[in-house]
Design a protein around this ligand. Structure first.
Ligand code: HEM
Length: 456
């Protein structure tokens, strides 16, 4: 009988003749451009505008939504996909055979997100309506092209179907669903609404933030952290159940928002669905963290303590924010179900930014400084610069989220919120400034991954 592994390898597409990092540079540049304008730039303008009472006008809410969409479905999605095109072929020991198609997919996403940012704040009208639907269609087609181009890597791989791949599949599946749901949201906007209706917007953001960002970053962490941070051998059997439970919890929260949007009379049931979802997500993330052993003492002393030790501290703090953010979500959902008092605008914002500013940004910049081609080499030579950026982000997140939870946008709490946003903006701007010239350099060393050997 023919050997199935050999047959699969023979059927796998051939690797390109020369090693290439295409489409990483183009996608990372597109991500940074979106981050500069509708992402961090617009976010800071809106935050300072509300705290310092500038006259931003009626456009504040539409601009806030355009910023949120650009950050989650533009900057973060493209940045993670860009880095993914470097990392995942290595993790799976299989080449990316359609880099040009992946690049085109990413560029279509970027153009769609840019169009949405330009058009959403405009007065209702035919041009705005058609343009917004076109923007959402570009994002969806781009995501489809990207998925088609990269699925071949997973198919060609003979690596075992480990837990990190489950987390990755959950994340990428949620992202594609998010672009699909965004088409429905854009049809609403095209009908003349200035902003997407709150329940649909929340469902969309939950898919993007908790459905995409969290599982994909957990997947990368599963492959890299144990070896890189010298963690004790993980409790690998727990990862699979944790990820399945997480996916169920995430889907329940999204379902709760969709039910509330389409059948408002079922609001009580929708709230219980969300409470069930948030509680399951919280339990799953606690289980995942316990299995990863991130907060336990290291397995041994590092031969490069100046690299390992600060990184371990940053990632522990980022995971601390992840747990704070999910606990806030569960707390607000419990309060809503038991007392009927809905989550306030500022509370929801604090909860969202606890995850995106406290967890995502330090993790993203810290990992970039350790694994990205070109950039990681430079950061090894300039460790204080990397530390400066990560600490600006961590302190910025603490002040921003703390200020919002203490009192929102007024008085001393407002000033703390604004200062936090400004520090985080500076931290990210510094990162983007240093990363840009390194894009396009040939791959450096990616730390060897131990995940498959440990069964994660
Ligand atoms: C310097 C950093 C940032 C600043 C100053 C900032 C500021 C703001 C402001 C003022 C709003 C409108 C109020 C609200 O709904 O919360 C907002 C909303 C939002 N932001 Fe940020 N933000 C920052 C970073 C981020 C990051 C890194 C992400 C995601 C990766 C993000 C995602 C969102 C989302 C999803 C919304 C909600 C949009 C909606 O309601 O549809 N923000 N941000």
């Amino acid at each position: 009988m023919a050997n199935p592994v050999a047959a699969r390898q023979a059927a796998a597409p051939r690797a390109p003749a020369r090693p290439t990092i295409d489409p990483y540079p183009a996608l990372a540049r597109a991500a940074l451009l979106l981050a500069w304008a509708p992402g961090f730039g617009l976010g800071l303008y809106l935050l300072l505008g509300i705290v310092l009472q500038w006259d931003v006008g009626a456009g504040w809410l539409p601009l806030g939504q355009a910023h949120g969409h650009a950050q989650v479905f533009g900057f973060t999605a493209l940045f993670i996909l860009a880095v993914g095109t470097v990392l995942f072929p290595r993790f799976l020991s299989a080449p990316l055979t359609r880099p040009r198609q992946a690049r085109l997919g990413g560029i279509l996403i970027a153009v769609g997100v840019g169009l949405r940012f330009l058009l959403q704040p405009l007065e209702a009208g035919l041009t705005r309506g058609v343009g917004l639907v076109l923007a959402a269609a570009l994002e969806l087609v781009g995501a489809g092209l990207f998925a088609h181009a990269t699925l071949g890597v997973a198919r060609a791989s003979i690596q075992p179907w480990a837990a990190w791949r489950r987390a990755l599949a959950l994340g990428l599946g949620s992202l594609v669903l998010g672009y699909l749901l965004n088409l429905a949201a854009s049809l609403e906007l095209a009908g003349g609404r200035a902003i997407v209706s709150p329940a649909l917007d929340e469902a969309l953001l939950h898919l993007g933030i908790w459905g995409f960002i969290v599982p994909v970053t957990l997947a990368v962490g599963l492959k890299i952290f144990p070896q890189f941070l010298l963690l004790r051998p993980p409790r690998a059997r727990l990862f699979g159940p944790a990820i399945v439970a997480y996916g169920i919890g995430m889907a329940l929260v999204v379902a709760g928002w969709l039910v509330q949007g389409w059948r408002p009379e079922l609001i009580a049931e929708a709230r219980w669905l969300r409470l069930g979802g948030w509680s399951t997500q919280t339990a799953a993330l606690l289980l995942h963290t316990f299995a990863l052993r991130l907060f336990e003492p290291a397995a041994r002393r590092s031969g490069m303590p100046h690299i390992t030790n600060p990184t371990r501290l940053w990632f522990r703090l980022a995971f601390g924010w992840l747990l704070v953010a999910v606990a806030l979500g569960a707390f607000f959902a419990a309060r809503e179900s038991t007392t009927g008092s809905a989550v306030g605008f500022v509370e929801a914002s604090a909860q969202r930014h606890a995850l995106t500013m406290g967890y995502l940004l330090p993790l993203l910049v810290g990992m970039a400084g350790r694994i990205l081609p070109g950039f990681s080499g430079e950061m090894t030579r300039r460790p204080r610069v990397l530390a400066g950026m990560v600490w600006l982000l961590l302190v910025g997140a603490t002040l921003r989220v703390g200020g919002q939870l203490l009192g929102g946008y007024v008085g001393l709490a407002g000033m703390l919120t604004a200062l936090g946003g400004t520090l985080a903006f500076l931290g990210f701007a510094w990162f983007a400034w240093l990363l840009w010239p390194t894009l396009g350099r040939k791959p450096g060393a990616v730390p060897p991954a131990r995940g498959d050997r440990d069964g994660v």
